[in-house]
Design a protein around this ligand. Structure first.
Ligand SMILES: [Mg+2]
Length: 246
């Protein structure tokens, strides 16, 4: 059956894994202290900062006091949050409040022109091809929807967001859970068999296949090796996602 919708992963599929680990994470790490100090009164930043303080207390086995009001984000709390955020970045822990803060830091970086979204050279032409073929393209990534949109709005090839119908992040669920894919199919809305999911991670493709999606394993330079015991067809560029037989 022909897929009417192509659902793309980002890291290792549209974008080198190195971009995340060697550009985005170090940028957030370098700017988090200064960013928090400048946005201590911003409601979203403040809420995320207090969520991180609560997570940190949990990490350290401190008793929780949910009834007490969070109070002010003073200098010592800001420093604690910044230090904890840097540790989470180093440990690659994907906590939602961390992602919120990172997304806002990257937003500033893209606006200042200090960050450019990286995509492989075949991405733009295939987004255009699929549109011409009457298919839609969506993104599903563990990075926040804000971070996804920023990346595609600020690539070396220009703003590609007008070629992308919809963006999904872990708010629909984890990428290794078949239910997440069922939810995406429902939101699109499409029958699962009409959607083709492309990712560099077999565990994600297994989950998508479990939900009835078509799948392709994307093999890019710098991707992590994947187990060989799977039935997902391999592609090396998005040019290989053909209309016929897909
Ligand atoms: Mg990936």
């Amino acid at each position: 059956m022909t897929a009417s919708t192509i659902l793309l992963d980002i890291e290792g599929t549209t974008t080198p894994i190195d971009f995340v680990y060697k550009v985005l994470f170090p940028y957030a790490r370098a700017h988090v202290g200064d960013f928090l100090a400048r946005h201590a009164d911003d409601e979203e930043v403040r809420a995320a900062a207090f969520e991180l303080l609560a997570e940190r207390a949990k990490d350290e086995g401190q008793p929780q006091s949910p009834s007490s009001a969070p109070g002010r984000l003073d200098e010592s709390r800001l420093e604690t949050v910044a230090t904890y955020a840097r540790r989470l970045i180093d440990e690659d822990r994907k906590l939602t409040p961390l992602k919120t803060i990172q997304g806002r830091i990257w937003e500033e970086g893209y606006r200042r022109g200090e960050l450019k979204g990286q995509v492989f050279p075949d991405v733009e032409r295939n987004l255009r091809r699929w549109r011409e073929e009457g298919r839609t393209t969506c993104i599903y990534s563990s990075g926040s929807v804000l971070a996804q949109k920023l990346l595609f709005a600020n690539t070396e090839a220009g703003d590609l967001t007008e070629l992308i119908e919809d963006f999904f992040d872990t708010k629909v669920g984890h990428k290794t859970d078949p239910l997440s894919y069922l939810k995406i199919a429902e939101l699109l809305p499409r029958r699962p068999a009409e959607v083709l999911f492309v990712s560099d991670v077999v565990a994600e493709l297994d989950a998508a296949a479990g939900a009835g999606f078509q799948t392709r394993l994307c093999v890019r330079p710098g991707n992590h090796p994947q187990p060989d015991t799977h039935a997902h067809a391999k592609i090396r560029t998005l040019d290989e996602v053909k209309t016929e037989g897909v």
